[in-house]
Design a protein around this ligand. Structure first.
Ligand code: NAD
Ligand code: UDP
Length: 329
């Protein structure tokens, strides 16, 4: 039987690289695509000698050409951390608008099933708690997060339009905060920020009073949920995340305990529009996909900390991932 082919955009990123691993494990031929704007070649270096993996360096906001058949397209290319998308807001808007349009056009050409990585950020600073899929959100379109939130909302809208107008098979996953190996230590997200600070012997930067909440999902659980959603026949958005909610202050305490650092937490101003609470309602995923997270935070954090500890001191001390200016056209 012919090996089925899957295109994964954002393949050199945190989630994209884990998805490449999963699809190869499931027996697919994976085509990874990335322009490395926030990704890292190292995340896929273990796959380069695998005959079921090929890599195309390409910016998905430009027309995409792939020879041969495609069974699935998973569009994961997009900066995902607030610091990243504040630095490159135009690229962030383009990758989820023009990039999603290009991926959908390709999916239509190939008659491939398309899955878009959406986000809990479509709910903005939510006024409904926990967040259900039918909540329409509280997003500030012109605030600092608007470039990301609105681009993802557009991505959902155009995905649904291809589904209803072109009858394309589509899936929309709303991903809540996820963590694990291959996150960039300096990408500004709270988990790598706190662990990096602990490893460098710096104080942990707590934004606001730390009473804002998040619910952290371990990457393997997320990948399982995405895989099941892709294979389902459900075209409406599905929340995938871990409902175990914690304040960021409590999370900082957990990282201090885990790393054994002697440093303390220091208070910094809360960024504008930082959501005050976030917890996924996963009733649909539970019922439809028979999915719920399996890895508790203590275990997930232990595995993730071991990964960060194994990084070189160069990685640990890198302040800037790369020159974003070189991408700004
Ligand atoms: P990441 O920054 O590690 O990975 C994103 C990848 O996309 C990078 O490798 C980057 O180089 C690539 N990319 C960006 N723009 C591109 C372009 N124009 N062309 C080609 N490649 C491009 O981020 P991540 O955490 O792996 O997030 C992946 C996806 O999941 C994103 O769409 C993000 O919005 C979504 N998501 C992630 C989380 C999370 O907690 N990690 C939560 C919600 C949604
Ligand atoms: N945060 C923090 N210190 C940091 C980085 C983040 O206190 O060094 C807070 C941030 O204000 C937010 C939470 O941690 O309330 C999660 O932030 P992250 O950037 O990881 O993700 P998001 O806000 O997109 O959920």
């Amino acid at each position: 039987m012919k090996t089925e082919r899957v295109l994964i955009t954002g393949a050199a990123g945190f989630l994209g690289s884990h998805l490449c691993d999963r699809f190869i494990k499931e027996g697919y031929h994976v085509i990874g695509m990335d322009n490395f704007i926030t990704g890292d070649k190292k995340n896929i270096s273990h796959l380069t000698s695998n005959s079921n993996f090929e890599f195309i360096e390409h910016d998905v906001t430009k027309h995409i050409i792939i020879d041969g058949d495609l069974k699935y397209i998973l569009h994961f290319a997009s900066p995902a951390s607030p610091i990243d998308y504040l630095k490159i807001p135009i690229q962030t808007l383009k990758v989820s608008s023009l990039g999603t349009h290009n991926c959908l056009g390709l999916a239509k050409n190939k008659n491939a099933r398309f899955l878009i990585a959406s986000t809990s950020e479509v709910y903005g600073d939510p006024l409904v708690h926990p967040q259900t899929e039918n909540y329409r959100g509280n997003v500030n379109p012109i605030g600092p997060r608007g470039c990301y939130d609105e681009a993802k909302r557009f991505a959902e809208a155009i995905t649904m339009a291809y589904h209803t107008y072109h009858k394309l098979e589509t899936r929309i996953v709303r991903i809540f905060n996820t963590y694990g190996s291959r996150m960039r230590l300096n990408d500004g997200r709270v988990l790598p920020a706190f662990i990096g600070q602990a490893l460098r012997g710096e104080d942990l930067t707590l934004f606001g009073d730390g009473s804002q909440t998040r619910s952290f999902c371990y990457v393997d659980d997320l990948v399982e949920g995405i895989y099941r959603l892709l294979l389902s026949d459900y075209a409406l958005p599905v929340n995938i995340g871990n409902p175990n909610e914690i304040t960021i202050k409590e999370f900082g305490d957990e990282i201090i305990k885990l790393t054994g650092t002697k440093q303390k937490m220091i208070y910094k101003p809360l960024p504008q529009d930082d959501p005050k609470q976030r917890q996924p309602d996963i009733s649909i995923a539970k019922k439809l996909l028979r999915w719920e997270p399996k890895v508790n935070r203590a275990d997930g954090l232990r595995i993730t900390y071991a990964y960060f500890k194994s990084l070189s001191s160069d990685d640990l001390n890198k302040v800037e991932h790369k020159s974003f200016e070189s991408y700004v056209k």
